[in-house]
Structures are given as C-alpha cells and as structure tokens.
Design a protein around this ligand. Structure first.
Ligand SMILES: [Zn+2]
Length: 886
C-alpha cells in the first residue's frame, strides 16, 4: 500500500481520502511502510478501545518489535532443528513486480492462491514441439486436432534443448518455471493453421484448427482437442463444421473429424461431451456455462469412468489409475513436462500485478506435507471444540491439503531467518504461536524494566530462556546465572505462561481456516506438549452491509470508528451480533441498529427510575411475582446455554425481547402503580439485576450504567453471571398465568367476533371431576399407555364418574386424546400439578374488569352460586374455562 501510495495510485488515494478520511497532508509520511503500519495500528487500537473491548493493553506488541523478532528466531530455530523446515525447489505463487512469494494476506480480496499441476504433452512436427497443457493427459488417445487462437501472437523459441511453439504470453510463464528460453521468431496464430503434426502417443497425424475459446495466457496458448470428452472442444468443432466461410481445403479437413471415445461412462453415450453440450443447450464456444458443463463431466469421468479399447494398453483401468500411469510413462519417454498454474486465477497482488507460479531454487519451506506432523495436527483437531461445528470438515480438509509452504521472502517487514539472514520470515509463518508471546510482552512493556539486570539487548537473550519459559526445559537457576535476570521474574513468567496456556478459545474468521488457523494447529503440536495444545477455535463469518458484501467498488465500507461515532458502541455491537449465528455472515442494517439503540436507552432510563425507588424489608410475594421470577429464571437458563455455544443472537433475543415481553405482561397484570408497589419494585429490581449481568458481555457500556443506576457497587463486568436457581422455578405459577393469558385471549376473540360491548363476563372453571379425569389422562400418557378403550373403562369403573354417565365417558375420551397429542414439555409441566383454577380466576377479577371494562364473575361448573343462563358451564375444560358474555 505504501508503494502504491508513493505512485499516487488513484484507487488507494480514493480509498484513503473517501473511506478512511485521511487528510492529504498525511500522505507523505504514510509512504514509508512502517509509518503506514503505525498509522493503521493506532487507528485500529482506538477503535477497539472505543467499542469497549476488554483488552489487557500491557500485552500489546507488533511483529516487528526487536523482542518479538528474537522470539520468532527461537521458534524457527526450534522447528528447523526438529526437521520441520526443508530447502528445495518448489512452485510458489509469486508477484513478478515485487519478486516475492504471495499468500492470502498479499492479495487483493485476501484470496489464497491455489497451485495446480498440469501436463504439457509434446505434439511434434518433425523437430518442432507444440506443447499443450492439460489436466487430463489420459485423454491424449482421443485427440483429433490441436486448437490455436488465430488472433493471438505465437513464438518459436528454444526452450531448454528443444524448439517449441507457444504463445507469446507463455514465454513468461515458462521462464518463471525454470525453463531457459530464447525466442527465435514470432509468428501469428494464422500461420499455424492447417498444419499437421503427430500425436506422441498414438502417432496419429492431426491438424491445427482455429478456436476462439483458446486464451493465449492460459497454458501455452495451444490446446489439444478431445471432442468426445471435452465440451469446449466439441462445441468449437461443431461451429467450425458449420462455418460457411471456410475455404474448401479446410472444409475437407474439418469434415473428416469425428469424436473419438476413450472413456466409458455409464449412463452416457460413447462421447459424453456431445450429450452434455446438448443437455445444457449450449450453442456458442464463449458460453460461460461451458465451464460448468466441463467441470460436471470431468468430475463424473474421474470418479466413475474407465478407459476403453481405444486407450490401449490402459483399457479397463480407472481414469485415476490411467492418468498416473500415463504421466509416468510419457515423462520417462521425454514426451511430457510439468506446468504449474494458479487454479483460482486471476489473483491480483496488492500492488496490482497478476500473480503467477514461480519456481525458486533453494527456497525455504515449512513442510506441512510431513505425514507424521499431519497425524499430530489431526489428533489435536479431533480433541478441539470447533464453533460452529459445521466448519470442522474444512479444517480436516485444510490439514490434509497443506503441503510445503514457502516461509520466507526477500523484502518486507518481519524477522530475518536466523540461519540465512538474506531471507525474511513471511507474515503467515511468523504469527502461528504469537498467542504465547502475550505473556512475555507484559514483562517487556515497560522499557525492558523487568530485565534491567540483563545488560545486553533483547536480541541477545539466549534460546535457553525461551526453552524454559515456553517448554519448561532447563531451570530458572541456570538462566539467572547466564542472564542475571532475577530468578523470581523468570519463574513468574513461566508460572503465568502455564496459567494461561493452553488457549481455550481462539476467535478468528472463516477465511483463515485454510491457512492461519490450520498452521496455528500444526505449530502448536510441533512445539508444545499435548497439554498445551489449543482447545478451541471460533471461526466467524463476515459482516455484510445491508445484505451486500462490503467492498470498495460498492462504496459501502464504514470504518469501525466512524460507525461508533455515528451509532454508538453498544447499538453497533448488538446490531451486528443480533442478525446472525456463527455459521452465517452477519448483516449490518442502520434501521436495526436504530431500533436497538432505542431499546438500550430504555433499559438505562428504567434502571435509573428503579434505582431511585427504595425497597424495604419483606413483602409476601404473589403468584404473579413468582411467575415473573420463574420466567426470569428460565430466561437466564436459556441465555446461559446459548452463550456457552456462542449463539449470541439467541442471547440477545432472550434479554432484549423475551424478558421484555414478560415484564410488560407483569406490569399489565398489576395495573396502576399505586397497588402492590413494594412487591413490584422488588421483582423488577431483580429482573433488571439479571438483565444488566447478562447484557454486560454484549453491551458493556449500557450494562455498567444500568448496574450503577440500580445502586450496585463495583463493575458489572466483574459481577457473576446469573445462575439458574431451581428454587425460583414455579410450574404452578407459570400454569396459572398461562390460564389467565389464554382466558384473556379467548374473551377478546369472542368480543372481536361478536362485536359486543360487554357489561358482564362470567368465567366457569371445569368441574372437579373433569380435573381428576384430566390428571389421570396425563398420567397414562406420560407412561405411554394411551389405549383409549382401556382408559374410558378405567374411568367409568369409578362409581362417582359412572353416575355422571355419558358426559364423563365423552370427556374421558377427549382428555386422553389431548393428553397423548400434547407436546411433551407441556405434558410434563402439567402432570401431577394441583391447580385451584377457581382461585386463580378470582385473583384476576380486577385485571379482567380493567381490561374489558365490565363486571367479572367467576364460578365453577356444577355449582349454582353463579348464574349460567345459557348453560355454558358444561363446556368448561381444565386450563380452558367456559366464557359467557352479556
Ligand atoms: Zn505485487
């Protein structure tokens, strides 16, 4: 970025001025890489403080601090001595402009370049080689022609010891891959057309034909054509055959070409490419769906195909077997060379240059391909918690996929390789065990003060010091003798390290699974004993902006500090957290943040009001109070379980919505404030106490304000998380309130349907015998004995119920049906529960009359005390009182 800024790259200038709002007069100093890094480090740190992260800043460090460099040298010396580093000649992703290997952190859009190996098959015209790149050398038996792009520029060049024809663009590709090249002459694609050459395997004579889909910068710009098995080739051939402007000599050549079948694939014709092009309805070789059709067919043939009689001597072999065998045989015969390509191209370096594959001689690699190391890493992963669990497969894949990886470069900021100081350790390799360094950073923070008796510079600390601190090898006494650092300090650091390590939970993002997070696992298993291996990783999704990916081109990036200034820290935090679970991307929406801001303000306002009210001594608690506390308690339980799995959205829903709704119901039931003020305030204080504790990790500033307003001492951040208390759980109170709620809803529904303005409302609780039958039914259902006939016979065997006759039998039949169909949770909560429904309804008379502005009477089915002019009482059922409205 510093380089691009120095060159006044318009994109960087625009990003700096418009997105980050950096004043132009600062640009000059930012052209210096360290100043640039320092600028963003400071800005990000301010953002972290403003949003309220609880960070121990004594442990702050950067990866270019001298002491950190010393730590990394120790780390690399250790892995080198233990055989994890190799030196060799391997392909790496490379920026030709920077002349450096390129990894995820070096590319625009943070994309990890993937390198694939393809085969260059050498077709010949006498002594001249026409190399064609292919991922499927086994189809060489089915080649009918070669393709070139007649608009492209080609060259004849001396490549190593041979004469090759390749596209002009391929020259650089080959040079990067260690071929010695000198161009002898240039020629156009047109000049190559209609020439004939020899298939090195079948010795067939084939022509060179034109195709528009051939890209000169892909492979060598020359493509072998297998129309029987490659959709692109079949489509290009079809177009050529129907091209009216073809000269006669060309027409004669093209007409003779028919697809050659070499792979048998069940469910397909002899030439699967023909069928698949028709299936997709493709009629143009530039149709993007050809890529999809190709992928589809290649994978199917690879997994299910076998070589047929045209592919002697590989007939009958699977595609996979044949491919390996052919590569081996052609390589031995000098008919095949390797070509590496970026599979997920184009990838652009941050400097703006296209990334290529480069082979560096004597480059340093970390050997993640070591099978024993892989085994260790898998062992560690298997014991780790991965959140969300769905990502575990990506980790398994990444651990298997990682191979030798270039770990050093020639330029950049970082630590020099201790045994080869021309090289600098690159950014993904020097940051895999830095979590351990937080321990040391604290002791070094105050200008080396803890180490003042060590009279040299940090660079001179001996490896034995690190061996003791991090690996427990050697002794504190020996290090004291060697460095004069006090034994107390050395032992203190070691003690602190073993206190904090292993890392319980590493929070990171999903795009780092395939590199940083997997390397983190690898290196920990290499260096540390098993008890210090990481225990868990959280891999978060991304933050979207109003459902769109944040990107410079969409101009929808809001830097963190600007968002905090605009929306406030806590609304921003909750706004981002409340829209997604871990396995999804989260979505930022201004309107959601605005609603949340309102709710948070309300929490503070109410806490202040409650804080001013005094709650004296003890007042007896009503069923309603017990209901509120029971609900609060279940909410705390739900939030706790969700928090343990980091299902934060559920936690927010519970605190900001579910408890709010219950509190609103509680207040509505109590009515005007004058009544039962003491009980109410006591209960509400308890509710807000829970809320402040639970919201503290999510909205820390609001939580502290609530906590202090409620009259608490100290910080809520240090207060305990509310505990689920069995004693607060009250199923009778919960059942009672659900009856009131149901009755309220039923009554309102009747009023809405009839349009009545009620003068008097009568509620009839079900007769006691119905309650007895209902309980019996629940008992039976719980024991899973729900045979209706048996149940009714059993009920009717009681003399009292028999004397009621048909109504008792009818109700018994209904009750057992209900009990068996009921949700298990509800059934469990009701079985054995002795409720006095009459009393519950009577206690709520005030509430109902306030709600409906009518006189309320409560009676029991079968008792004559309350009038029942329309004979409604007999339809009453347990938990569902009958209603009559006048
Ligand atoms: Zn570059």
């Amino acid at each position: 970025m510093a380089k691009r800024l120095s060159q006044n790259d318009p994109e960087i200038v625009k990003t700096f001025t418009e997105v980050y709002r950096i004043p132009r007069q600062k640009f000059d100093q930012l052209k210096e890489p360290k100043r640039m890094a320092e600028y963003f480090r400071t800005d990000i740190k301010k953002g972290m403080i403003e949003i309220g992260y609880s960070i121990d800043w004594r442990r702050e460090f950067t990866t270019i601090d001298h002491m950190y460099n010393r730590f990394i040298q120790w780390h690399f010396r250790w892995v080198n001595q233990h055989g994890y580093i190799t030196k060799g000649t391997h392909p790496v992703a490379w920026c030709p402009n920077d002349k450096n290997p390129v990894g995820t952190v070096d590319t625009q859009g943070d994309i990890e370049p993937e390198i694939g190996e393809s085969s260059l098959i050498k077709f010949r015209q006498d002594e001249i080689v026409y190399p064609t790149a292919t991922l499927r050398p086994e189809t060489v038996f089915g080649v009918t022609n070669l393709w070139v792009n007649q608009e492209a520029q080609y060259v004849q060049a001396r490549v190593d010891e041979e004469q090759w024809i390749v596209s002009l663009e391929a020259v650089a590709t080959l040079e990067h891959q260690n071929h010695k090249i000198s161009i002898e002459r240039e020629l156009s694609g047109k000049e190559l057309l209609w020439k004939t050459l020899t298939n090195p395997v079948t010795q067939a004579i084939i022509p060179i034909l034109p195709a528009r889909f051939v890209e000169p910068d892909n492979g060598t710009g020359i493509v072998m054509s297998v129309p029987g098995h490659a959709p692109y080739d079949y489509q290009a051939l079809t177009e050529l055959k129907t091209n009216p402007s073809l000269p006669d000599h060309a027409k004669a050549i093209v007409e003779k070409i028919e697809p050659i079948s070499v792979i048998t694939l069940e469910g397909f014709s002899q030439s699967p490419a023909v069928g698949i092009v028709k299936k997709y309805g493709i009629t143009d070789q530039k149709d993007p769906r050809l890529a999809e059709a190709t992928k589809d067919l290649y994978s199917n043939e690879f997994h299910n195909g076998s070589m047929n009689e045209n592919a002697k001597p590989y007939t009958g072999q699977s595609v996979e077997q044949a491919r390996q065998a052919i590569i081996q045989e052609l390589t031995n015969a000098g008919k095949l060379a390797k070509l590496y390509e970026i599979l997920n191209k184009p990838i652009i370096c941050r400097c703006g240059t296209k990334v290529v594959v480069h082979i560096v001689d004597n480059q340093w690699f970390i050997n993640y391909g070591d099978p024993d190391w892989k085994k260790q890493a898998h062992l560690c992963l298997d014991q780790m918690a991965i959140l969300p669990e769905e990502r575990r497969n990506e980790f398994n894949y990444a651990l298997d996929w990682l191979k030798e990886r270039a770990c050093a470069r020639k330029v950049g900021l970082g630590t020099r390789l201790p045994w080869d100081p021309d090289w600098i350790i690159e950014a993904l390799s020097d940051s895999v065990i830095y979590m351990a360094y937080y321990i040391l950073a604290k002791y070094l923070a105050k200008d080396w003060v803890s180490f003042k008796r060590f009279e040299k510079s940090p660079e001179d600390l001996p490896d034995a010091f690190f061996d003791y601190i991090f690996l427990g090898e050697g002794s504190a006494e020996a290090i004291t003798r060697e460095t004069r650092i006090s034994k107390r300090i050395i032992e203190g650091i070691r003690k602190e390290f073993t206190y904090f390590y292993p890392v319980d939970m590493r929070h990171s993002a999903k795009d780092l699974v395939s590199n940083h997070l997997s390397m983190y696992i690898f290196h920990h298993t290499a260096l540390f004993p098993r008890n210090l291996w990481p225990k868990g990783i959280v891999a978060n999704g991304f933050v979207l902006m109003e459902r769109a990916k944040m990107s410079k081109s969409l101009e929808n990036i809001i830097p963190l500090r600007q968002a905090i200034a605009e929306f406030g820290a806590d609304p921003l935090r909750i706004g981002v957290l409340s829209t997604a679970e871990l396995n999804q991307d989260t979505d930022f929406s201004e309107s959601i943040v605005a609603t949340i801001q309102e709710r948070l303000v309300n929490l503070v306002v109410q806490s202040r009001k409650l804080g001013r009210r005094r709650v004296s001594g003890k007042t007896s608690s009503s069923t309603l109070d017990r209901w509120m506390l029971s609900r609060l308690n279940s909410a705390a339980q739900t939030a706790t379980t969700a928090m343990e799995k980091l299902r934060v959205r559920e936690v927010i829903n519970t605190i900001l919505y579910n408890i709010e709704n219950d509190t609103a119901w509680y207040q509505r039931r109590l009515g005007p404030r004058k009544k039962s003020r003491e009980g109410r305030d006591r209960v509400l204080k308890q509710v807000f106490d829970f809320k402040a504790r639970m919201i503290a990790p999510l909205a820390p500033h609001v939580a502290e304000e609530m906590w202090a307003s409620l009259g608490n001492k100290g910080m809520v951040a240090k207060a305990d998380w509310p505990e689920f208390r069995e004693s607060l759980h009250d199923s009778a109170a919960e059942a009672a309130e659900s009856i009131i709620r149901q009755t309220l809803d039923d009554t309102a529904e009747i009023l809405r349907a009839t349009g009545l303005t009620p003068k008097r409302i009568m509620y009839y609780s079900a007769a006691l015998w119905k309650w007895r039958v209902y309980q019996k039914a629940l008992d039976m259902a719980v024991k899973s004995q729900s045979d209706q006939g048996t149940f009714i016979r059993d009920v009717m065997s009681e003399p009292e119920l028999r004397s009621i006759g048909k109504p008792a039998a009818d109700f018994a039949s209904k009750a057992i049906r209900q009990a068996t169909q009921m949700k298990e949770e509800l059934r469990k909560s009701r079985v054995g529960l002795e409720l006095k429904e009459m009393n519950i309804l009577e206690d709520a008379i005030d509430f109902f009359s306030r709600e409906f502005k009518a006189e309320i009477q409560v009676g029991q089915e079968g008792e004559k005390r309350v009038s029942d002019p329309k004979d409604r009482a007999r339809s009453a059922e347990p938990y569902r009182p009958a209603i009559f409205i006048e």
